[in-house]
Every structure is written in structure tokens, then in C-alpha cells.
Design a protein around this ligand. Structure first.
Ligand code: KG4
Ligand code: ZN
Length: 314
């Protein structure tokens, strides 16, 4: 065991698209259908058999309870069958440690901005298993802000990647949307969401073609606002901690505007920027494996009575 990822199989759930968001019951059913073929495929791709596994790591929290239970029960069953230990992994810690899946990992300590469909956090990471949440969202996540923007503009779910695509063709300062004034390092996106909703509703009432005529500018301006909200807090975190190695995590780190803004700002202010390969930014097995690896080295195993938890108890 050396911390190398042998394979990282992802089963994408298309089933939610028609509903405009994730349907928990459908997600857990899809997990049940996918887990055996995905695990079988991973053994094949990694070219190993079950006896060669040293421990079974699984996501324990947070998330949709039905889906978490499928993974937890499956990992525990494999552990019992092979008489090997289980390792419970926290999803958000794993997003941060995805940054270590590379031959050139960032130096400790680093700050990680985790931006996904469910979370927005700034974490100070001093060692693989020594992390501190410095700030997080008090309402919506950054990914939700992208997805809700897309919904208001009539784009399909998940809309983040589409907002990104149209934003590249628009003017980021064409429209101005509300930026929250939240103390310390916490985030809020609800005011932004309301401001874009009311603005678009008002414009469409006067001109029914407003969205079609301004789609690129609307996407560019919304994306610009979200990026400003994120960057302002990162700058504040760097100032407070004196740590200027910055990592990204979560699905929103795929956003071209965010990546460019961060790389550009980093160059000008001598920040070391580290962004994992895209397959390790969105939810993935590799990040659970790398966290399991460090927990294994630390002897941090779980009892078989450990159960999945929907809420974050980090
Ligand atoms: O980390 P992730 O795959 O799943 C969790 O939520 O845990 O993140 C998904 C989120 C969605 O909100 C999606 O719209 C957003 O990441 N996303 C993007 C882009 N690609 C994915 N948001 C903006 N620009 C993108 N290119
Ligand atoms: Zn995630």
C-alpha cells in the first residue's frame, strides 16, 4: 500500500435529470443497482482480488442517508467476509485530501476551498488528518447558487456547467447582483439568488425575450458575482492565517471562471495554487481511498457497529 490510486470508477446517475434535482429515493436505488458492478469493475481494472485488500474505506457522513447506508453496509459486509478492518471516512475531509492524489502534492499547511452542490467551506489543513473548518455557508452552497441561476434562466439541471459555458461568451459586468455582507469567513448565497430571481422576473415582465437576448451576459454576470464572493473570503483567510498555499475541491472547481480567477490572482500575489484533476474534484472513490489510506497509517479504524450519518458531525 503506497497511496497510489489504482482505479476510480464513477457511476453517473442520469435518473435525476428529468426531476431537475437529486431524488433521494431514486439515488439510493441507483446505488444498490450500481454497487456490485462498480466494485467488480474496479477489481478488474486495478487487477487485484479481494484478498489483497488491506481495509475497506467508505463514506460515513454527511449525505443522503439511503445512499450512505448502501455504501456502509456493503463495505462492512466485505470486511466481515474477508476479516479485514473498515475505515469510516468523512465526505468533506475526503474532498480536501483529494488534493494529495498527485505526484506533486501541496505543502502543509494549506487552505482548501471546497465548493460543491452541497457544501462551501474554507478548511485549514495542517496535516492529512489535522484540519479545521475556518468558514462555511450559512445557507446555500456555491454549486446550488450556480444550479439555481441556471434554473431561473430556464437551463436544465445540473446547470453549473451550462452557466460556465455561456458565461465564456458574455460580459461579466453587464448586470450587478447582490453580494452578501457576512462576517468572518462564512458564506451566504441566498441574497444573491433572490437578487437574480427578482431582477430576471422584472425584466421578463417588460420583455418576454429578455433571457434569450441576454443569456450570455446573465450567465457571465452571475458567475462573476459567485466568484467574487468566494475569492473575497479566500483573500481574508490568507490574511488571517498567513497561509498562501491554496487548494480547490468539489464539483464547482471545474468552473473555468473560478479556476482562471484563482490562478490569475495567485500569480499576482504569490499564492501557490493547487487544483486536483477534474475526476478527483467531483464526488469520487479516489478521495475516499486516499483518506482511508492516511487513516490506515494512523491506525484509525472503525468498529463494525459504526453507522452512516446524514448530517455533518465533523
Ligand atoms: O462535488 P459535486 O460533484 O457533488 C456534490 O455536490 O457533492 O458538485 C456538484 C456541483 C453542482 O452544483 C454542479 O452544478 C457544479 O458542481 N458544477 C459546476 C461546474 N461543474 C459542476 N458549477 C459551475 N461550473 C462548472 N463548470
Ligand atoms: Zn461532494
Amino acid at each position: 500500500m503506497d497511496g497510489n490510486i489504482l482505479c476510480n470508477i464513477i457511476a453517473t446517475q442520469q435518473v435525476h435529470e428529468a426531476f431537475g434535482g437529486v431524488v433521494p429515493e431514486l439515488a439510493s436505488r441507483a446505488h444498490m443497482q450500481n454497487i456490485v458492478p462498480v466494485v467488480a469493475e474496479s477489481f478488474e481494472k486495478a487487477n487485484i482480488n479481494i484478498e489483497e485488500i488491506d481495509a475497506f474505506a467508505f463514506t460515513q457522513a454527511p449525505g443522503l442517508i439511503g445512499s450512505l447506508l448502501v455504501g456502509a453496509q456493503f463495505a462492512k459486509s466485505m470486511a466481515i467476509a474477508t476479516n479485514k478492518p473498515v475505515i469510516a471516512v468523512h465526505h468533506m475531509q475526503a474532498h480536501v485530501l483529494a488534493n494529495l492524489i498527485t505526484p506533486n502534492p501541496p505543502q502543509f499547511p494549506f487552505l482548501c476551498l471546497t465548493v460543491s452542490g452541497g457544501h462551501t467551506q474554507i478548511v485549514l489543513c495542517k496535516a492529512p488528518l489535522d484540519m479545521e473548518i475556518l468558514g462555511q455557508t450559512i445557507d446555500d452552497a456555491a454549486g446550488e447558487a450556480f444550479d439555481k441561476t441556471a434554473k431561473i434562466l430556464g437551463l436544465p439541471y445540473p446547470g453549473g456547467p451550462l452557466v460556465d459555458k455561456y458565461a465564456a461568451l458574455g460580459n461579466p459586468t453587464a448586470f450587478k447582483f447582490a453580494e452578501p455582507q457576512i462576517p468572518e469567513l462564512n458564506f451566504s448565497f441566498s441574497g444573491f439568488k433572490t437578487s437574480i430571481l427578482y431582477f430576471v422576473q422584472k425584466q421578463v415582465a417588460a420583455n418576454p425575450n429578455f433571457i434569450q437576448e441576454n443569456l450570455a451576459d446573465l450567465c457571465a454576470s452571475a458567475q462573476y458575482t459567485i466568484i467574487q464572493i468566494l475569492l473575497k473570503k479566500l483573500k481574508k483567510a490568507v490574511k488571517l492565517t498567513n497561509v498562501n498555499t491554496i487548494c480547490l475541491a468539489g464539483g464547482v472547481s471545474a468552473n473555468t471562471g473560478l479556476r482562471n480567477a484563482l490562478i490569475d490572482y495567485g500569480k499576482r500575489h504569490k499564492w501557490q495554487i493547487h487544483i486536483p484533476d477534474f475526476e478527483y474534484c467531483t464526488d469520487n472513490a479516489g478521495m475516499i481511498a486516499i483518506t482511508g489510506y492516511y487513516k490506515y497509517l494512523a491506525g484509525d479504524f472503525s468498529s463494525l457497529s459504526v453507522s452512516a450519518d446524514a448530517r455533518s458531525n465533523w
